[in-house]
Design a protein around this ligand. Sequence first.
Ligand SMILES: C[S@@+](CC[C@H](N)C(=O)[O-])C[C@H]1O[C@@H](n2cnc3c(N)ncnc32)[C@H](O)[C@@H]1O
Length: 238
Amino acid sequence: MGDYTNMSGYYDVIMTSGYYDYKKIVDSLTSHGPQLNVLEIGCGTGLILEELAKRQPSLPITGIDLTGPMLSIAQKRLAPFSTISLSQQNICELTLDMQHELAFSYGGVWYFVMDGDKEPFMVSHIADEQANRLGFERLSAHMAPGGTLLLGIQGPHHDYETTISNGMVYSQKIDPTPIGFTKHYYLKDGAQTVMDQTVHYRTYTFAEAKALMRSFGFEYVNEPDAHKMFLQFRKVSV
Ligand SMILES: C[S@@+](CC[C@H](N)C(=O)[O-])C[C@H]1O[C@@H](n2cnc3c(N)ncnc32)[C@H](O)[C@@H]1O
């Protein structure tokens, strides 16, 4: 179920070595206009929320994540921002005391992969079908009517290795499975493997993802994102 404990101590150095472009992610988020409140699902170590709060210091923000050690790092990073509240929660059991105008996930619980002109497909950190349904049901219950859900877009996944900014070697290996794929993440310091983590992902065709999400009140909005970072869904009545 998408646990990032093994990677947590090295997550920031891997991601900020060029894996994600956090400034571009937040450029895209802020282009969606002024918001009353924002929810990030799968906020990890808080790298996006830090950038967002720096740019919008009075915006109430909630971040949730399943993995305690990821959230501990986020708590330290985001302590200076009194408008951010963090909570350790699995999206499938999400319980917060408010509805949100904007929710987003970038590389978090759900995301889309786009490969050139091919149709996008959705990747879920949740392998179980029923648990995905619960996740969208809980998320839907925490969205304001007419609210916006943004799910991040990533390029195609492939096997590779690269030296990151601390001199260690990051590598990833993808194995197809009947429900999607398994991704193995490794970090090596010389000959020593200092981190390895495996996540089992479920994938959905674009048509399957849209139908699943529509059944929980998320309607696909076919408007291109100028920054090409997110696909957009609007919360409507079911
Ligand atoms: C690749 S990280 C992305 C973190 C952050 N969005 C970023 O851009 O750096 C994926 C995060 O999703 C979280 N996650 C996976 N499944 C989850 C679930 N069912 N509920 C809540 N969080 C989940 C993991 O714990 C992990 O921190």
